[in-house]
Design a protein around this ligand. Structure first.
Ligand code: ADP
Length: 769
């Protein structure tokens, strides 16, 4: 219900000083009656004509009119009709004074709106009695009307009050709440202006947060609309009603603002006539002002003040609730953001992306105009990520020198955040000239492992825009960000190291390849050399051999023991050379992968026994005991018997050569059949010889490799430590490998006094038929 109500008077009935307008063209009558009524305690106005009466009632509203009927110009009836036709005068009771005593005249008088009549000549006491009666009637009606109005008004107030209470508990967004409340009060009470002022952060000024003023001549900037600057009034200001109320914590009413020195006119509100400002407070804490302005003089009755203060108290509680809610919401948002930040940042190890993500996530928690992540490099802070900056190439190279005593220097040394409320008032502030001035600045150090690595720098346009809550928020954020930056940094470093390492490995591999190629070339040259030499030696050797055989059967030689010895020496030497040449040819075959294997199922003991039989003589000469453990149970092997013969011949010969006289040689074998792999036959030739140092276990299988000095070798093939070309084991490995087997040696070391012995192992696959 929208009722425009203006109450100037109180509800309770009281004695008015009544004004009576007497209208009569006869000055004598007028004078006598005026004197009489004035003496009876009334204010008297007079008019000599109907026209003049109509004019007078306009500016001086009488409480009753005594109206002569017979007048020149407008007569009484006509004058009355006009009074009743006018809204502003129709309620004034009219009593006719008439000499006409005809009933028609009386009826006409009532018809045009008169309440009574007195007959001329006037009987003064009667006039007084009638006037008094009608005035009392009039007063009673007025009181009733007023009570009725006040009732309506109270209903509106109660209704508004309950609506405000409802809004206050249901709306938790402060801006929305205040907006609704001022709209409600303004529309329900039809005030010219209803506004709410809240103190700024520094508590040195009141800011017009929001207002409702439908008939204002233009928009007034308000804080909720994010209009900068909203209307500000310094709290210390003398001629401002709202500032006064904020300082005093009491209501203030200006019945007529034109007479009030404290009144401060707001732009666009030219029609303000009276103003009521009510404190919004919780206990003794002032939290704002409810400011109501009316375009009527003295628009605020005692009742209004009480009701409006009740509303103000409800608004104050609602503001406090909204603040609490906002803080709680802020906390929740922060913890969510931090949690999210932790997740996002710990997952991001890219040094180029992390700082940007930090600023992005931060913007959700603490709004800012411009933000930068800056890292310290010596005496300089360099920006590595920016947000909200103008589109300018210089932004990427943004750097600030750290000067002694400036804010950065302070922050780096104290490790504490720094807030500058107004950079333009900060001595020594280094404003980047091509950037717009944002008044507020917040710098928070990025600390990782007790080291300040840089800072997060934020700006806001207005003065003193960062609250202590903001600082706390950015601070918790910064600690996470610092760890993320540190991680990204470490990661970048590790990546760099890895890249270096990879490069080095590649380089070494290349070098190794080159060396390998050189070696291969050398190896090939060696093989070629052996190949050529052995072929070249074979022919003349065969010739020598043939001739010595011929010589051996010639009687001249067989009968001459001396020459026979010499010839035997030649024959032995040639045989040895022949063997060596054969070995060389075998090596070439193995090296050039030209070894042809002709495998056939062969019991291994057959091969071994053949070799042993051939070496019986040598064993006897050297007084060596050779034991071949039973091998019959081993499965026959798919092997080339001739090549395998060479293998065992070489290994047993070596055992004879490197075992001192009187020693022993044992040959054993077993079947190895593990489930997962192919079954193998393992043969071991064990001697009680000089042994081999572990460092040579592999090398002895290389061609031309011999341990010890060549010069020390005795020459005989089966003599103790008899020399050889160092090809035997190379051939052994070549042949065994070609059979899909492997060969190796085990020996605790080389010792020519204690003879630790050696064990040569051969494993050959058992081919499934
Ligand atoms: P060589 O013709 O010199 O015998 P091998 O290739 O047969 O060449 O052997 C290489 C080297 O391995 C030998 O010079 C010797 O030092 C060592 N060697 C081989 N077999 C034995 C063994 N049973 N005991 C000790 N040393 C051995």
């Amino acid at each position: 219900m929208n009722v425009a109500l203006r109450s100037h008077t109180s509800v309770t009935s009281k004695t008015y000083e009544h004004t009576i307008l007497i209208v009569d063209d006869n000055p004598t009558n007028l004078g006598v009656l005026s004197d009489y009524l004035r003496d009876s305690g009334f204010r008297i106005l007079v008019a000599r004509s109907g026209e003049s009466a109509l004019k007078k009632v306009k500016y001086a509203t009488p409480d009753l009119i005594l109206l002569d009927v017979m007048m020149p110009g407008l007569n009484g009836f006509e004058t009355c009709r006009r009074l009743k036709a006018d809204e502003t005068t129709k309620e004034i009771p009219v009593i006719f004074m008439t000499a006409l005593a005809e009933p028609e005249d009386k009826v006409e008088g009532f018809r045009v709106g008169g309440v009574d009549y007195v007959i001329k000549p006037l009987h003064h006491a009667e006039v007084l009695a009638r006037v008094t009666t009608h005035l009392r009637l009039r007063d009673l009606t007025k009181d009733l009307q007023e009570q009725n109005l006040q009732l309506q008004r109270t209903t509106v107030q109660l209704e508004t009050s309950s609506q405000v209470a409802k809004q206050a508990t249901s709306i938790l967004e402060l801006d929305e709440l205040l907006e609704r409340v001022v709209q409600l009060i303004q529309s329900q009470f039809v005030y010219y202006f209803v506004g709410i002022w809240l103190p700024n952060r520094l508590q040195d000024a009141l800011v017009l947060q929001t207002y409702a003023a439908p008939t204002a001549t233009g928009a007034i900037p308000k804080a909720t609309a994010n209009q900068r600057p909203a209307v500000h009034v310094p709290i210390e200001m003398e001629n401002s009603i709202v500032a006064w109320v904020f300082r005093q914590g009491e209501q203030y009413v200006a019945e007529d603002v034109s007479l009030d020195p404290t009144y401060l006119a707001l732009d666009n509100l030219p029609d303000t006539q009276s103003e009521l400002a009510l404190p919004l407070h919780i206990g003794s804490e002032m939290i704002g002002i409810l400011d109501i302005q009316s375009n009527q003089l003295a628009a605020f009755g005692a009742e209004d003040k009480i009701v409006l203060q009740t509303l103000a108290d409800q608004i104050a509680i609602a503001i406090r609730n909204a603040h609490l809610y906002k803080r709680e919401q802020g906390r929740r948002q922060l913890s969510e953001s931090l949690e999210q930040t932790g997740r996002v940042l710990s997952g991001s190890l890219d040094l180029h992306q992390t700082p940007g993500r930090i600023l992005q996530l931060l913007a959700d928690v603490v709004p800012y105009e411009r933000g930068a992540v800056m890292l310290q490099y010596d005496q300089e802070l360099r920006s590595i990520a920016q947000r909200g900056f103008p589109d300018d190439d210089r932004v990427k190279e943004l750097q600030v020198p750290i000067r002694e005593g400036d804010v950065f220097d302070q922050m780096l040394s104290t490790r504490q955040p720094i807030v500058v409320d107004d950079v333009t008032a900060e001595a020594g502030w280094q404003q980047v000239i091509w950037l717009p001035v944002d008044h507020s600045w917040l710098g928070v150090p990025l600390i990782s492992k007790y080291r300040v690595m840089g800072m997060i720098s934020l700006t806001r346009r207005e003065v003193a825009a960062f609250t202590s809550d903001d600082v706390t928020l950015v601070l918790s954020f910064a600690s996470q960000a610092a760890v993320a930056l540190e991680n990204a940094n470490l990661y970048a470093e590790i990546s760099r190291l890895n890249e270096d390492l990879e490069q080095k490995v590649a380089q070494r591999t290349q070098e190794l390849n080159e060396a390998y190629q050189v070696l291969e070339r050398l190896n090939k040259a060696k093989t070629d050399f052996i190949d050529v030499t052995s072929h070249e030696l074979r022919t003349p050797l065969s010739v020598i051999r043939g001739y010595t055989q011929v010589l051996g059967i010639m009687p001249a030689i067989t009968h001459n023991a001396e020459i026979k010895d010499l010839l035997d020496g030649i024959v032995n030497g040639v045989d040895r050379l022949h063997q060596i040449v054969n070995l060389m040819l075998d090596v070439v075959k193995i090296d050039t992968a030209a070894l042809n294997i002709h495998p056939e199922p062969t019991p291994i003991e057959v091969v071994i026994n053949e070799v042993v039989a051939r070496l019986t003589k040598a064993l006897q000469e050297r007084e060596l005991t050779l034991t071949v453990e039973p091998l019959e149970l081993l499965p026959p092997l798919e092997i080339d018997p001739d090549l395998m013969n060479k293998v065992f011949n070489q290994l047993i010969t070596n055992a004879i050569k490197y075992t001192p006289d009187g020693g022993s040689i044992t040959i054993s074998g077993r079947l190895i059949s593990a489930k997962a792999s192919q079954p193998m036959v393992e043969l071991v030739i064990q001697d009680t010889g000089i042994g081999i140092h572990p460092s040579h276990h592999e090398q002895i299988f290389e061609k031309f490799y011999q341990t010890g000095s060549v010069a020390l070798h005795s020459t005989g093939q089966t003599k103790f430590k008899g020399g050889g070309p160092g090809l035997g084991l190379a051939i052994v490995r070549g042949i065994v490998s070609a059979h899909g087997g492997r060969v190796w040696v085990e020996s605790s070391g080389h010792d020519e006094e204690n003879y630790p012995g050696s064990q040569f192992y051969i494993q050959l696959p058992v081919k499934q038929p």
